[in-house]
Ligand binder design. Structure first.
Ligand SMILES: [Zn+2]
Ligand SMILES: [Zn+2]
Length: 327
């Protein structure tokens, strides 16, 4: 898998994910700044999925460590009382560094510019809190990491390279007739022609690269469709474990199982799935076996990776799939 990802995810304790080349940290559980060390200063964007303690327990340290290096974006779902409380506390606790956190409340469908060229992030609504009112602003969000690429417009797609070059030159030449270019040197005009020509034959196209859901119910396959890599929570290996937990005292929010996550991926047509936020009650071997059995039973047509609880991954791209569809 082509990605630069460091992560840790142990439900109840800590979850954080660091996308190095996007300069983006998603969630800030306990230990995020300790494990990332001085890499924390490279963060430009911190995105939070919701305000549970295992996702924000390390936020104060992230703010302080990152804040030493200047301003950065700290975005979170609009709803949730903790945000304002944390912002005001951080400003009292360590105003010098905390002032550099630019807090931003997100609705669903909001765009975040990472500051890295061609890399954008878009939020979408998730269902994690039982009492979340769909008519109000979101309490929990997932995020799409999106590449914005300039691609040849569909009307020119059938042309050969030399035909395309001719069209590009002609459209670029037409742009030179604009009076705003009068007085420019020959070299400047040449540059205008090249850039205008290129702009005229291309249009920006957005490609979903990674979709990360945060905690909650199975994501909507429509929301996920088109993404290359799905990071889906799978707190429970089996539906019975989920039912037992929900019947106990820990009610109020919802989670997914392995089969939920794989069903979403299959319906959305996603090849690569990374399961994370897997309960620490399971051993690595139980997790591997359960995922393999579930994927096999569902005849899942892709690769399934798992971020084991308790472990810290500094380079997840090196991981082998736990299950891969037979050829
Ligand atoms: Zn959690
Ligand atoms: Zn949660």
């Amino acid at each position: 898998m082509q990605l630069q990802l460091a992560l840790h995810s142990s439900p109840r304790f800590s979850t954080w994910l660091w996308f190095n080349d996007w300069k983006t940290l998603i969630d800030a559980g306990d230990g995020a700044s300790q494990q990332l060390g001085y890499k924390i200063r490279k963060i430009d964007t911190v995105l939070l999925t919701h305000s549970h303690r295992d996702h924000i327990g390390g936020l104060l340290q992230v703010i302080n460590q990152r804040g030493e290096a200047g301003p950065f974006t700290l975005a979170h779902p609009t709803q949730g009382r903790s945000w304002r409380d944390m912002e005001s506390f951080s400003l009292r606790f360590n105003p010098g560094t905390s002032r550099n956190a630019v807090w931003r409340a997100l609705e669903e469908g909001d765009w975040i510019d990472t500051g890295v060229a061609g890399r954008l992030i878009k939020s979408f609504r998730t269902r994690h809190f039982l009492d979340d009112d769909p008519n109000r602003a979101p309490r929990s969000l997932g995020y799409h990491l999106i590449w914005r690429k300039n691609k040849v417009k569909p009307e020119y797609a059938a042309l050969s390279q030399s035909e395309l070059d001719a069209v590009r030159r002609e459209l670029g030449r037409q742009a030179l007739e604009n009076p705003q270019h009068i007085g420019k040197t020959e070299k400047e005009l040449e540059q205008v022609q090249i850039e205008a020509g290129r702009a005229a034959i291309t249009a920006p196209v957005d490609e979903k690269w990674i979709t990360i859901g945060g905690d909650g119910c199975p994501l909507s396959p429509q929301e996920v469709a088109g993404t290359q890599i799905l990071l889906h929570e799978a707190t429970f290996l089996l539906p019975d474990d989920y039912d037992a937990e929900a019947a106990g005292e820990d009610v109020g929010h919802m989670h997914s199982t392995v089969s939920d996550a794989l069903r979403v991926a299959a319906e959305a047509g996603v090849q690569d799935v990374i399961l994370y936020h897997i309960s620490t009650r399971y051993s690595d071997q139980e997790i591997r076996e359960s995922i393999a059995t579930t994927a096999k039973d569902a005849a899942f047509k892709g690769r399934v990776y798992a971020a084991m609880p308790r472990r810290i991954y500094f380079d997840f791209a090196r991981e082998k799939p736990v299950w891969e569809a037979p050829l």
